[in-house]
Design a protein around this ligand. Structure first.
Ligand code: NI
Length: 254
């Protein structure tokens, strides 16, 4: 059995302070690789350092829509930073109308720049969308995001949104939220997404799956996400691990 955590933030201090334990726990739980996702340019060197140090840790480059007063990435800068062989994706990027309100033109412009960079460098997108599905899909379509491909990470939308993303060639990634008892809509989507388009993730240090809900999350726990999807689809966790790991390798061209 083996699993890959397609989205984590092990550079955040909660996890980086105990990185050796975090990596040992991954190994014990057969989590063979993880993608450490960048949220701003200031912290990108730490993300890259982890990827350079550990063969099974990969990096992305991008600026999260929740980070308002930070260095704004140009298309050229993103493309330049993405040249590193351990940088396998652009993001996380997208829109978030839940955490931030008011005039969010800057968020949409930033999202467009990430899509342009992704198309230019040939590395897929990691997309975050919260309370903004309609605009997210519209901007993806307007910018030709299907040319870049990518993943809708920590998916919490309905089947129609999943279908629109799938139609643009995107993958759908499920986090620990799929294990929550009341997450019926997400469980429904997890039963319907074609098996060759599913990824699993932790988004750690946040959103720990059951039975660790409310505690500090870590990549090792992605196994519990796989187990839940296995349960929902009448498969074994090993099969979910194998399929989602294959999807990860295909999407990120490993
Ligand atoms: Ni994230």
């Amino acid at each position: 059995m083996s699993f890959i955590d397609s989205h984590c933030h092990i550079n955040f201090h909660e996890l980086s302070e105990n990185i050796h334990d975090v990596l040992a726990k991954m190994q014990q739980n057969e989590v063979v690789a993880a993608l450490c996702v960048s949220v701003n340019l200031a912290d990108f060197p730490q993300v890259l350092a982890l990827a350079e140090r550990y063969p099974h840790i990969y990096a992305s480059v991008g600026v999260h829509p929740d980070y308002e007063s930070v260095e704004e990435p140009t298309v050229e800068r993103l493309v330049e930073l993405a040249q590193h062989p351990k940088v396998i994706a652009i993001g996380e990027t997208g829109l978030d109308y839940y955490r931030l309100t008011g005039d969010l033109d800057w968020q949409r412009e930033r999202f467009r720049n990430h899509i342009r960079a992704s198309i230019a460098c040939g590395k897929p997108l990691i997309i975050h969308t919260r309370s903004s599905a309609e605009d997210t899909l519209r901007i993806m379509a307007e910018e030709g995001a299907e040319k870049a491909g990518g993943v809708m990470h920590c998916f919490t939308e309905n089947w129609e949104v999943a279908q629109a993303a799938l139609d643009m060639g995107f993958y759908i990634s499920f986090s620990g939220i799929v294990t929550f008892k009341n997450a019926l809509q997400i469980k429904d989507v997890a039963q319907r997404v074609p098996m060759d388009r599913i990824l699993i993730e932790t988004d750690s240090p946040y959103l720990a799956p059951v039975p660790f809900r409310g505690k500090l999350n870590q990549p090792a726990y992605v196994k519990h996400v796989a187990e839940e999807i296995a349960l929902l689809r009448g498969m074994s966790a090993a099969e979910v691990g194998q399929q989602t790991s294959g999807n990860f390798a295909r999407l990120f061209k490993l």
